[in-house]
Design a protein around this ligand. Structure first.
Ligand SMILES: Cc1ncc(COP(=O)(O)O)c(C=O)c1O
Length: 510
C-alpha cells in the first residue's frame, strides 16, 4: 500500500493517514473484510510513531470504516459475522498473499487487482463504475434523448463517407484550427476574449484538470478547492502529491475570508473552483466573490482553474460573468466541457489560457495523447460554426428545468423530517443532507439493493469527510423513472433515519 505523508503539509499527520486509508476503503481498493497492515508495519513504512497510527485507526474505527479485533488485527469494516475472517494480509507495498475478496463498489466489474502496487490516491472511478442500477442518480449526464444524438450521428456518417482522409490524419495536437476559430467566436459571446492560439482542445474537461495538475502541481504544493468539491478533481490533485485544502462556502460561494486565513500560512499554487452551479452543491459564486477571488490570486501570485461544465444550463437567470472574462493578467485557466450540453461520448472539452501557460499545457497534452481524434472535432464543428448550439441549449434548458421541478415538488411532498436539500438554479445536481451522524455510504448499500444508485457525499470532501450528504443527478433518467426513483429513495431515507434514531446513532444494519 503506497500510503505517503507530507511532513510539510498543514494537514496533521493523523489526518493524512486517516484520509489515505479512508480513500482506499471508500473507493473499494481495499476489499470489504480485508486485513490492513499492522500498526508496526504502518509506523515503519510511514516513519511515524505507533501512537500516531493508532490515533488514525481510532478515527477510522469510529467512522465504522474498520474493525480492530484484539489478537487478530485490523480489517476493512464488514458485517460482524464476517469480521476478522480474512487471511489475505497485504504485504508491505500493497501485495496480497492470496486472491482478494470482492470489493464493495466493484461487484459489476470484478475485484480490483491488489497485487500491483499503485500510486492512485482515491480511485473514485469506482463510483462511476458502480454496478448497473435500474435508476442511476450517480452518473452526472444528460439523458441521451435530450441530446442531438441523431444529428451528430448523421454528421459523423457523412463526414466518414465524404472525407475518409480525416481518419488518415493525426490532426493538430492543440486541436483543429477551424474548431478553435469557431470557439473563439462562441466564447466572445460569453465575454471571454480568446484567440484560437489561446484555446486547447482536450478529451473532456477531466483531461483539462489532469493536464493542469501534471504541468503545474507537484508534491507538497497547496491546492485550494471548495468544500465539498468535484470528487474526480480531488483524485487528480492527490495523485500529484498536492496538499488540498477545502474552503467552506456560503450562499455567495467560496468564503474568501476563510481563504485568506490559509493564504497567510502558505501561498497556494492553484485555486480550483466551479463557480456556476457548483458540483456537488449547485451553488453559484456571486459576481462580487468572483472579483475578490481574482484579486486574491493577483495579490498572492497564484492561478485559478475555473471549471465550467454547465453555466449555459440555467433555469432562472444566467450566472454572473465568468472569472476568466474579468482576467486581464492571465491568472485564470478556464475549462469548458461539452459533455453536459452536447455529447459526453465525443469526449471534447476546451481549455483557455494565456499563450505562455497554454504552450506548456500543449506539451503535457502531447505527452498524454498527441491530440484529440480529428473526426469528433469535425463532427461538432458545424454546430459551433452555425451557432446552432444556442438553439440546442434553448431546447435543453426547459427539459431539464422540468425534471428539476419534479424533484423539488416530490421532495416537498415526501421528504422525511430532518432532510434538507438545495434548490439548484442550474446544472444537474440535488445535494441532500441528512442529520449529522447519518452515513450515506450505508444508505447506498441498501439503495443499490433496491436498484438505485447515487453519489455518497463523503467522496466530495478532500479532508474532513462528511458522511451525511448525498448527490443526486436528475438529468439522466426519464421523468416516470425519476418520479419512481425519488419517491423510493425518500422512503429508504425515511426508514434509514428511523432505524438510525432507534439505534441511537449506531449504523443500522438493513
Ligand atoms: C465539475 C466537473 N468537472 C469536470 C467534469 C468532467 O467532465 P468531462 O470530462 O466529461 O467534460 C465533470 C463531470 O462530471 C464535472 O462534474
Amino acid at each position: 500500500m503506497k500510503l505517503t505523508i507530507n511532513r510539510n503539509s498543514p494537514i496533521p499527520l493523523v489526518e493524512q493517514i486517516h484520509n489515505g486509508i479512508a480513500d482506499r476503503i471508500l473507493s473499494g481498493y481495499f476489499a470489504k473484510g480485508a486485513r490492513l497492515p499492522s500498526v508496526r508495519q504502518l509506523s515503519k513504512q510511514l516513519q511515524v510513531s505507533p501512537v500516531t497510527v493508532v490515533h488514525a485507526l481510532e478515527l477510522l474505527e469510529a467512522e465504522k470504516l474498520i474493525n480492530r479485533i484484539q489478537g487478530k488485527g485490523t480489517f476493512v469494516y464488514d458485517a460482524p459475522e464476517n469480521a476478522g475472517l480474512d487471511t489475505n494480509a497485504p504485504e508491505e507495498g500493497g501485495r496480497h498473499k492470496g486472491k482478494s475478496r470482492q470489493n464493495i463498489h466493484s461487484q459489476g466489474s470484478g475485484p480490483v487487482p491488489l497485487d500491483m502496487p499503485d500510486y492512485l490516491h482515491r480511485s473514485q472511478y469506482l463510483y462511476y463504475n458502480q454496478k448497473p442500477a435500474e435508476i442511476n442518480f450517480s452518473l452526472s449526464a444528460v439523458a441521451p434523448q435530450l441530446l442531438p444524438t441523431e444529428e451528430l450521428a448523421k454528421s459523423l456518417l457523412s463526414l466518414a463517407q465524404q472525407q475518409p482522409e480525416i481518419l488518415a490524419h493525426y490532426g493538430e495536437i492543440q486541436g483543429d484550427l477551424q474548431l478553435r476559430q469557431a470557439l473563439s467566436n462562441y466564447f466572445a459571446r460569453e465575454k471571454i476574449q480568446a484567440g484560437p492560439q489561446e484555446i486547447l482542445v482536450t478529451n473532456g474537461s477531466q483531461q483539462g484538470i489532469d493536464l493542469v495538475a501534471r504541468t503545474f502541481i507537484g508534491p507538497g504544493d497547496l491546492v485550494i478547492t471548495e468544500e465539498p468539491t468535484y470528487a474526480a478533481a480531488i483524485d487528480v490533485f492527490r495523485s500529484r502529491g498536492a496538499t488540498i485544502v477545502s474552503i467552506p462556502m456560503d450562499e455567495e460561494g467560496m468564503r474568501i475570508d476563510k481563504l485568506y486565513e490559509w493564504v497567510d500560512r502558505q501561498t497556494p499554487k492553484l485555486i480550483y473552483t466551479i463557480p456556476s452551479f457548483q458540483s456537488p452543491t449547485g451553488k453559484v459564486m456571486s459576481a462580487r466573490r468572483r472579483r475578490q477571488l481574482l484579486e486574491l490570486a493577483n495579490d498572492v501570485n497564484c492561478y485559478i482553474l475555473e471549471d465550467d461544465p454547465w453555466s449555459e444550463i440555467y433555469y432562472e437567470e444566467a450566472p454572473p460573468p465568468h472569472i476568466k472574462s474579468l482576467d486581464a493578467d492571465g491568472r485564470v485557466i478556464y475549462l469548458k466541457g461539452l459533455s453536459k450540453m452536447l455529447s459526453p461520448g465525443c469526449r471534447i472539452g476546451f481549455m483557455i489560457a494565456s499563450v505562455p501557460l497554454l504552450n506548456r499545457l500543449i506539451t503535457a497534452k502531447t505527452n498524454a495523447d498527441l491530440g484529440n481524434p480529428l473526426l469528433n472535432q469535425k463532427v461538432i464543428l458545424p454546430i459551433f460554426e452555425s451557432e446552432h448550439i444556442h438553439k440546442l441549449l434553448a431546447r435543453l434548458r426547459p427539459a431539464l428545468r422540468s425534471r428539476r421541478d419534479l424533484c423539488l415538488s416530490l421532495l416537498g411532498e415526501h421528504a422525511p423530517p430532518g432532510l434538507v436539500w438545495n434548490r439548484p438554479k442550474g446544472g444537474f445536481n440535488l445535494w441532500l443532507s441528512l442529520p449529522e451522524g447519518a452515513n450515506t455510504n450505508d444508505l447506498l448499500m441498501e439503495s443499490e439493493r433496491q436498484g438505485i444508485t447515487f453519489l455518497p457525499g463523503s467522496s466530495c470532501f478532500p479532508n474532513h469527510l462528511a458522511w451525511h450528504h448525498l448527490r443526486i443527478c436528475f438529468a439522466h433518467v426519464d421523468e416516470p423513472l425519476l418520479r419512481q426513483g425519488i419517491i423510493k429513495l425518500l422512503e429508504l431515507i425515511k426508514q434509514y433515519l428511523e432505524d438510525h434514531h432507534r439505534n441511537k446513532g449506531r449504523t443500522p444494519v438493513f
